[in-house]
Design a protein around this ligand. Sequence first.
Ligand SMILES: *Cc1c(COP(=O)(O)O)cnc(C)c1O
Length: 361
Amino acid sequence: MSKVWNFSAGPAALPHEVLKQAQRELLDWNGSGMSVMEQSHRGKRFIAMAAEAEADLRELMAIPDDYAVLFLQGGATQHFAQIPMNLAGPEDSADYVVTGHWGEKAVREAAPYVRVNIAATGYGDGFRRLPPREGWALDPRAVYVHYTPNETIHGVEFGDVPDVGEVPLVADMSSSILSAPVDVARFGLIYAGAQKNIGPSGLVVMIVRRDLLARPGRPMARILRYAEHAGQDSMLNTPNTWGWYLAGLTFQWLKARGGVAAMAERNRAKAELLYRAIDGSGGFYANAIEPSARSRMNVPFTLHDSALDADFLKESEAAGLFALKGHKAVGGMRASLYNAVPLEAVQALVAFMRDFADRHG
Ligand SMILES: *Cc1c(COP(=O)(O)O)cnc(C)c1O
């Protein structure tokens, strides 16, 4: 078996055990003699599996009963637009806190559907730190506040949930969901594209307080209305059955490994190991993010001489360390350390980085 360590930002590494189980079950799922992909989402087997996946997610995140859990499609990007369609009327305004690329994109997609107020942005600081909470220009009449707890490209992460008073807090958790415990009750709506910490792309998991589903929003097709999806257990039309199944396997995998709190401990150790290697490299490697805002999931770093980037990428791949090229918006390298990336992978990366610096320093 050829094994590589995959540091991709997304679609990202899935737990090896989950892939093995999916492989075992591929041709004969649950005694049906067929693949899970080949059967009706209205069938007893699928409905039971779907309900179990939801129950496992509810247990993992301690989701209160007054929240609906939806399994949707369209990627996080589609919901940048669909969230204001559902939560805002034509005259309403919403606050956006922008701390990187994805927050900017959320604003751009929302703008046709709600009056966007940029309550705070890290743009002026090159998104290297979080705008301090005291300076946020929140509007108490806003119909929601949107933010990105972890910015996947810039590598900035909130250490805690910001207090925004009574206005519902909407969080794009695509790259941080299930990486550490969160108090769901602090949020109005949480959504996440699956392809970072949950499963394959093409699936979006949404956790939404039920009272928000009663908002009229604006006129729109039924298929865009979250309340309709909630009313039909996310089976208003054919869901992403394969994605839902793999998400369910990942939830079981998480439960078997001690749940989200245990995962948070591992994620902290992984990130610490890598940041320590960067900071202790005598300037050979650098991460420009203010330490208190550093992401545990996505670690961008640069080499002191960008002329070495190509060699770094070539040699790291030869050493079995994949997808370390940084996003073009920030350059350099990026290692994504999602739940499915084991400590062993980070140890291998750090050893490679030390060796590379010794040879090129
Ligand atoms: C990856 C990512 C997205 C985009 O997700 P799509 O499924 O490609 O639309 C949005 N927000 C964050 C924080 C992400 O990491």
